[in-house]
Design a protein around this ligand. Sequence first.
Ligand code: CTP
Ligand code: MG
Length: 212
Amino acid sequence: VRTAAIVVAAGAGERFGSRKQFAELAGRSTAAWSVEAARGICDVIVLVVPPDAVDVAHGADVVVAGGATRAASVRAGLAALDADVDVVVVHDAARPLATPALFQAVVDAIGVDGVVGAIPAIDLVDTIKRVDDDRVVVETLERSGLVAVQTPQAFVADVLRRAHEGDPEATDDAALVEAAGGRVVVVQGEPDNRKVTTRDDLEVARALLAHR
Ligand code: CTP
Ligand code: MG
């Protein structure tokens, strides 16, 4: 089985205030940590970056320019893959604390019992409510059966390519595969594998890395 990773790092980091994926974290860029986690599990690693940042590889094998949305950036990564890739693992550069074991877990789940997608998730501990535009509570959701989803997300390569046909938008790739009727399963996510969104998140990641 030939496995490729697509690490998406072409965002603007608006909530962070700059391109968070290139912020320094314990001696290397945040993106470099995310690439490093895929090393050893994936045969080739494609990093997708803003068009003006293709000159730095951050440890990846191939660097390509991304698009205006995350989904478009994933498609740019897909376009750079050889046709003989069997499994694609999509990972956010903004999740530098994902471990190689998590990459292995999602890859291992593919192909078992007709599974075409495998994604890490953790059980919710907080009560979840829906609110309206005025922040008034509309309903309290039944927490059982709800999970919080992370990357890396692994897919049968052809299934992911087909799910992206017609340039659909979604916040993760699994949503596109689910919409196409593909069987996607959840594997145990990692509590530390949070997405860096704000400056505080980067400090938390720095502290967690110092403990490793
Ligand atoms: N991403 C991307 N291409 C885009 C938008 C996002 O490759 N056009 C990547 C980001 O670099 C990040 C991941 O997708 O690694 C998750 O996106 P998000 O956390 O939303 O990052 P940003 O879009 O950069 O942040 P913000 O939404 O605050 O601008
Ligand atoms: Mg974004």
